[in-house]
Design a protein around this ligand. Structure first.
Ligand code: NOJ
Length: 497
């Protein structure tokens, strides 16, 4: 008989494993094996792993960012960030939520590292809060701020977890917004490089991988065009294009600063949410159209970073509003990288077209499935095509998936556990496509699941939950969801589970 277990949260336990047992991280594999003979189990496991596995040294990790988890918004000398200012402005964040306390990771980092360890993940991508280090963006450094990241890095290494640090995950020091208009000025790009160089000098003895900037288009478009993110501006086209330009300039200058200050062998890249263009039907013509669209739809960010020039179509479309730039700036922007990190959540589907520019975006069907955030259409193919395009178009040979995951609106069942079947469905589908990419020799070296914990989801506040580990925001209790058991199994097998 097929039963709908989810309808009976308090079903009595039988001799088969209880649902709580199912999510015990270490036990997940054993549960599967229980249903067959040991030899059969071994053979089946091997077969499964062979066809769905990842390269032997593939790096499995998790990701978070400072403002979304740390809290302690004005402790130990930290300066105010544009997000501190924004969340304290009435009407900006759903339910009036703030990251003042967030999930209190500033104080609970040791427990949080323990949670990562239980998953078996070998890497952790976190971000450094610029205003903790330079409370006013420039000037004297705040030793207590740096000391926090020293402690975190040491704790990670002591637990066998490699630290991967992002330098800018959107929490710009408010003082720079007030004095020069934030990313509207080249001064901010220069200040960012100074801060990056400082961190490179202080942490590169232990942190071997740095990401300059996280998701250019998210903080620029939402922060300076639509105004739904900090600093909440709605700039006209010309000034917006200049912000885009100074954001990529900040990245390039930071790459140079880290190279100048960090220990030899330190690797530098970025974590960009490139538009992930998917040929909806995989024909040679549609694939070529998708490659063309990838360059154009990312022209203001990843394309200029990789190619050192704005595409002709980008400049023509901007016309008199095109950014003002120098050849020297373009050289800085395209400073060679050691790797490219991409955050992949959702696809843009295309078809080749007989009309210029030779490609058309296919609108999503009304009933196209999406995850809890309205922007997140379900499209696992994005995790195949995005890294494949980066490799093919720009010949990048070290790629990380720096974020992938989904938001859900889950609630715990009667036994306290969140059975997030939607997240598991999402992860299995996307990871299957990532496995297709590595099987096709696309050089993806690692994957960071967003997110380790439920956290502050920017303008959506705490409503949309991206974590594998549930956080009760009132008590700060952490409880692994069913998906944490799933991910632990993926990591353990080094294969799609
Ligand atoms: C990307 C951002 O980097 C991260 O901060 C955010 O929480 C996730 N997307 C989900 O929206």
């Amino acid at each position: 008989m097929i039963s709908d277990e989810s309808a009976e949260p308090s079903a009595p336990e039988t001799s088969s494993p209880s649902r709580r047992d199912l999510i015990k991280l270490a036990g997940a594999g054993a549960v599967a094996a229980n249903s067959m003979t040991p030899a059969g189990a071994k053979a089946e496991q091997a077969a499964v792993c062979d066809s769905r596995s990842f390269p032997r040294d593939f790096l499995w990790g998790t990701a978070t960012s400072a403002y979304q988890i740390e809290g302690a918004w004005k402790e130990d000398g930290k300066g105010e960030s544009i997000w501190d200012r924004f969340v304290h402005t009435p009407g900006k964040i759903r339910n009036g939520d703030t990251g003042d306390v967030a999930i209190d990771s500033y104080h609970r980092y040791k427990d949080d590292v323990r949670q990562m360890k239980a998953l078996g993940a070998r890497a952790y991508r976190f971000s450094i809060s610029w205003p903790r280090i330079f409370p006013r963006g420039t000037g004297a450094a705040n030793a207590k701020g740096l000391a926090y990241y020293d402690r975190l890095v040491d704790e990670l290494l002591a637990n066998g977890i490699q630290p991967y640090a992002t330098l800018y995950h959107w929490d710009l020091p408010q003082a720079l917004q007030d004095s020069v208009g934030g990313w509207q000025s080249a001064e901010t790009a220069k200040a960012f490089a100074d801060y990056a160089g400082y961190i490179g000098a202080k942490l590169s003895d232990r942190v071997r991988h740095f990401f300059t900037i996280n998701e250019f288009s998210a903080f620029v478009e939402l922060g300076y065009r639509t105004g739904v993110f900090a600093p909440g501006l709605t700039l006209p086209a010309g000034r917006l294009n200049q912000v885009r330009h100074y954001a990529v300039l900040g990245h390039g200058l930071a790459v140079q600063a880290i190279r100048a200050s960090a220990k030899a062998g330190t690797k530098v890249g970025l974590a960009d949410n490139m538009t992930a263009v998917v040929p909806i039907i995989e024909t040679p013509g549609n694939i070529a159209a998708a490659e063309h669209a990838t360059r154009e739809l990312n022209a203001g960010y990843l394309t200029v970073i990789m190619e050192g020039r704005y595409t002709e179509a980008y400049l023509a479309a901007a016309g008199p509003d095109a950014p003002k730039f120098t050849a020297e700036e373009l050289r800085a922007i395209s400073s060679p990288l050691d790797f490219v990190g991409i955050n992949v959540y959702t696809p843009v589907y295309v078809l080749a077209s007989g009309q210029a520019p030779g490609v058309e975006v296919v609108p999503l069907a009304k009933s196209h499935p999406h995850m809890a955030s309205s922007w997140q259409a379900f499209g696992p193919e994005a995790l195949y095509w995005a890294p494949r395009h980066v490799h093919k178009i720009w010949n990048v040979n070290e790629i990380y998936i720096t974020e992938n995951g989904c938001g859900t609106t889950d609630t715990p069942a009667a036994d306290g556990v969140v059975y997030d079947t939607d997240r598991i469905m999402f992860l299995r589908s996307y990871l299957s496509m990532l496995q297709r990419a590595v099987a096709d020799n696309v050089p993806v070296r690692g994957y960071f699941l967003w997110s380790l914990f439920d956290n502050f989801e920017w303008a959506d506040g705490f409503d949309t939950r991206f974590g594998m580990i549930r956080v009760d925001f009132a008590t700060q209790k952490r409880t692994p969801k069913l998906s944490a058991g799933y991910y632990a199994e993926v990591v353990k097998r080094n294969a799609v589970a």
